[in-house]
Design a protein around this ligand. Structure first.
Ligand SMILES: [Zn+2]
Length: 188
């Protein structure tokens, strides 16, 4: 069996099979039967390998699925949303400021910029200055902003990592596969 299939963790294999069912490469009933088989004590737990071994799923189909998934995850990584990392968006997400307050602060910034003021006030300063939020809330949002967003190489889930270390490997909390760091970090 191809090592890309046999090396899948039980959770990752289950994820691949879920995709295969969605794509109708394998029937839900066959998947379920093999899932039960994979969950038995002593079984390897790799439901994708079981389906392939049983002749229910073609290995080439499973590999194509993995390739498609890699392409999908890669392209989604190119668009790690800039707005998500915007300090204002983080503050709104945290419930620290209201949209109208952020808009007012951004307008003030724009006015300063248009007037040629240097340096232009930082958004956090304006928000705190106007009493819209506290300094601590801005500091927390800044800490959030510097997190590295890692992406699961298989299921594409994003996991912000505060204390990211390049030589460490991180695993997806939902499927167990390795997380990868986007090469470009738009918005940072
Ligand atoms: Zn995952």
């Amino acid at each position: 069996m191809n090592p890309r299939i046999s090396a899948l963790s039980p959770r990752a294999a289950a994820y691949v099979v879920r995709l295969a069912v969605e794509k109708r490469l394998v029937s839900a009933a066959q998947a379920k039967a093999c899932e039960e088989e994979a969950a038995k004590p002593g079984a390897a737990g790799n439901v994708a390998a079981l389906l392939i071994g049983g002749g229910f799923l073609r290995e080439s189909d499973a590999l194509r699925l993995l390739d498609d998934q890699t392409t999908k995850v890669r392209s989604s990584m190119q668009s790690v949303p800039t707005m998500d990392r915007h300090i204002g968006a983080i503050l709104i997400g945290a419930g620290a400021v209201k949209v109208a307050q952020l808009e007012a602060a951004l307008a003030e910034q724009a006015k300063e910029r248009a007037a040629g003021t240097t340096p232009v006030s930082r958004l956090g300063e304006i928000l705190v200055g106007r009493g819209y939020c506290t300094r601590d809330q801005v500091l927390a949002a800044l800490a959030e902003q510097t997190k590295v967003i890692l992406t699961c190489s298989l299921c594409g889930t994003r996991w912000p990592q505060a204390d990211y270390q390049p030589d460490r490997t991180y695993a997806c909390k939902s499927c167990g596969e390795p997380l990868v760091k986007p090469e470009t970090k738009p918005g940072v």
